[in-house]
Design a binder for this molecule. Structure first.
Ligand code: ZN
Length: 468
């Protein structure tokens, strides 16, 4: 399996340290509000990565963190803690906000059929590990203390900014009037921030340096080392994490362990709404509830995500979602062929086609997660079967191809229910009416079934139903 490694800008073979296990760490949500659609695109793309690894024979050990403290309103070290901000907004404690939105997030994973990571560690449950990591960095001479916290001295880490190709000289020029003049270098970042004097935070802990809370970047280094070891096979995240968050994760981890932090970096591109990057600030904070309220399914959202490559900007609009919903209906109609009553044998030609489709979909996904190409491979099979058409292909069809596609793409095509016995009865009556050329009865029965959201196609094999 090959992935586009954003650290080297190359397609690289996945070569795990302990095959077949592949360690995958992905940066998760900051739980201070409802995730918007851009966040969910990224989380679905993580799921696509993990499913593709499985299809290629690996055993992914996937960890996604939950940030419930320390992420300030700027990704650097300025502004308010997002959790404290959420607490003020809702008149609750930061702890209540963290609990509510992390529970909501985990439910969202299930609603979107995103596989459960092996661990979903929370920053607040790993304060000790984060303090230990700062101690290690302190012993190795990478830290210094100023009035508002303990900082990482980026000038001590020669490769700082390498992945992001940061122009440090230029950054230093531009940041002359930096918000924090006590920092030695403008790109230095907080490992531990002190609680403001005279004010009590909801979330604060004692540390060797004083009462406070960990810097946002620190949790990912501490928790990935704890759960997955010092070098990750794959680190995934949003593309916006490259210049600050991931750059700082690398600096912390590699300074502490002396080992490469991640062998492959996978970065998910942005989603645009009406050509604007989705962000709360632009008022485009569309939630899963907004999508359902407009009558769309969350499977349609997943299909929309799959239609774009993770490295390109995806475009979200209600029109693109509607198109995805229609495409999904076609896939459902195809999956429902397994319940059609008329034919119980599968032509060998189709058997071959199933095998070829499986192989090309698996290869598409193994080639840098090319989900749009995998959907085209699937589409060819679907349109072939719609043209024949071959109803009632039980057995292999049921057990293998649908399960394979669901494992790979998570579209829930397998396990769709059959129609009811009453509906089967109505179909039989209509069949009889047609044989006796009672067209008005046949039409009346079609109309009845349509009120039950069931359409009928008359084919050379007899009637075929599909869900409207
Ligand atoms: Zn992270």
């Amino acid at each position: 399996m090959k992935l586009y490694n954003t650290a080297t800008k190359q397609l690289e073979e996945v070569k795990p340290i302990q095959p077949p296990k592949v360690s995958v760490y992905s940066c998760g949500p900051t739980v201070y509000d409802y995730p918007h659609i851009g966040n969910w695109f990224t989380f679905i793309r993580y799921d696509v990565l993990v499913r593709a690894l499985k299809a290629s024979g690996f055993q992914p050990d996937w960890v996604m963190n939950i940030t419930d403290v320390g992420h300030l309103t700027s990704d650097a070290d300025e502004g308010e803690d997002k959790l404290e901000k959420g607490a003020k907004r809702e008149g609750k404690s930061a702890w209540d906000i963290a609990k509510f939105y992390s529970d909501y997030f985990v439910q969202g994973l299930d609603r979107l059929n995103i596989l459960r990571p092996s661990h979903l560690p929370k920053a607040t449950d790993h304060i000790r590990e984060q303090i230990d990591l700062i101690k290690t960095l302190e012993q190795k001479g990478y830290t210094y203390q100023i009035s508002d916290g303990v900082y990482y001295d980026t000038s001590k880490f020669p490769d700082y900014g390498k992945m992001a190709h940061l122009d440090l000289a230029h950054l230093k020029e531009g940041a002359r009037i930096a918000a924090n003049p006590e920092k030695k270098n403008p790109v230095d970042f907080a490992l531990w921030k002190f609680s403001p004097s005279g004010a009590k935070r909801d979330m604060e802990w004692d540390s060797p340096w004083g009462k406070g809370f960990p810097g946002w970047h620190l949790e990912c280094s501490a928790m990935s080392i704890k759960y997955l070891g010092e070098t990750l096979d794959i680190h995934a995240g949003g593309i916006d994490h490259i210049p600050v968050h991931h750059t700082n994760e690398i600096a912390q981890s590699e300074a502490a362990t002396g080992k490469p932090f991640a062998n492959i970096w996978v970065h998910m591109n942005h989603v645009t709404v009406d050509a604007e990057k989705i962000a709360k600030s632009t008022g485009n904070g569309i939630t899963l509830e907004d999508i359902e309220a407009k009558g769309f399914s969350l499977e349609a959202l997943r299909l929309l995500v799959l239609q774009s490559h993770y490295r390109t900007q995806a475009e979200f609009s209600w029109e693109t979602l509607e198109a995805a919903q229609n495409r999904l209906k076609d896939l459902y109609a195809w999956a429902d062929l397994r319940h059609q009553p008329n034919i119980d044998t599968m032509p060998s030609e189709l058997d071959d086609l199933f095998g070829a489709t499986r192989q090309s979909m698996q290869q598409d996904m193994a080639n840098d997660l090319n989900a749009p190409a995998a959907l085209i491979s699937l589409g060819k099979l679907v349109s072939f079967m719609q043209q024949i058409p071959i109803p009632g292909v039980e057995g292999k069809y049921t057990d293998e191809i649908l399960k394979f596609i669901d494992d790979l793409l998570g579209l829930k095509l397998d396990g769709r229910p059959d129609i009811s016995d009453e509906q089967k009865q109505l179909l039989q009556e209509r069949q009889k009416a047609r044989l006796s050329e009672d067209w008005s009865k046949s039409d009346a029965l079609r109309a009845t079934l349509e009120t039950q959201k069931l359409g009928i196609r008359d084919t050379s094999y007899g009637q075929q139903w599909y869900r409207l």
